[in-house]
Design a protein around this ligand. Structure first.
Ligand SMILES: CC(C)(COP(=O)(O)OP(=O)(O)OC[C@H]1O[C@@H](n2cnc3c(N)ncnc32)[C@H](O)[C@@H]1OP(=O)(O)O)[C@@H](O)C(=O)NCCC(=O)NCCS
Length: 155
């Protein structure tokens, strides 16, 4: 059965603690990558109703740093689905205590749904309802074909 984007959308908030920092006193990039990967997987699990594995992460762009006590908001949503794979976009923001959000990262991940034996399984289709969801879907088709080409060329 097909599902909408909003059915699997997830928003998660963290407050940066000392153990999240790197030697330069900023949010450690690897910690942010963990949060992004985890959130994308949860979106994929909700959409597919199966466990998922991360096939690729791309367009991981660090726009600005974040510091202790900052609030970090991650929003994950499905942008495109193939046969067994799902593309999830994760946007990360710093949110001020007044509620103003500034983007610090955007990433696209490809998750593959797997059965109990670890074999890829078909995922539900995606119902795109808004103009921006439609635009993401169209762009997702192009990104998917670029990934296929990169895989074939081995980089
Ligand atoms: C992801 C994986 C299952 C793909 O295996 P494969 O033999 O290429 O399988 P398939 O050709 O059947 O591809 C399955 C889907 O993955 C997609 N895929 C495969 N490699 C990909 C890549 N590098 N980037 C994006 N999507 C990819 C395919 O396009 C296909 O999507 P579709 O069914 O929607 O068309 C396999 O490479 C794997 O197990 N990788 C390790 C994943 C992992 O352990 N992640 C780390 C921690 S969670």
């Amino acid at each position: 059965m097909e599902k909408t984007v909003s059915e699997s959308r997830i928003e998660q908030v963290y407050q940066i603690r000392p153990e999240h920092l790197n030697g330069a006193g900023r949010l450690f990039g690897g910690k942010l990558m963990e949060w992004i990967d985890e959130l994308a997987a949860l979106v994929g699990i909700r959409h597919s109703q199966h466990n998922v594995i991360t096939a690729s992460v791309d367009n991981l762009r660090f726009i600005r740093g974040a510091y202790q006590s900052d609030l970090i908001v991650l929003i994950g949503r499905i942008t495109y689905v193939g046969n067994t794979s799902m593309e999830v976009r994760v946007d990360t923001y710093i949110e001020s205590f007044e509620g103003i959000r500034k983007p610090i990262n955007r990433a696209y991940l490809t998750l593959v749904a797997v059965d109990k034996a670890g074999n890829p399984v078909k995922v539900p289709g995606l119902i795109v309802q808004t103009e921006s969801e439609r635009a993401e879907w169209e762009a997702g088709i192009r990104r998917c074909s670029m990934r296929r080409q990169r895989k074939e060329e081995g980089f």
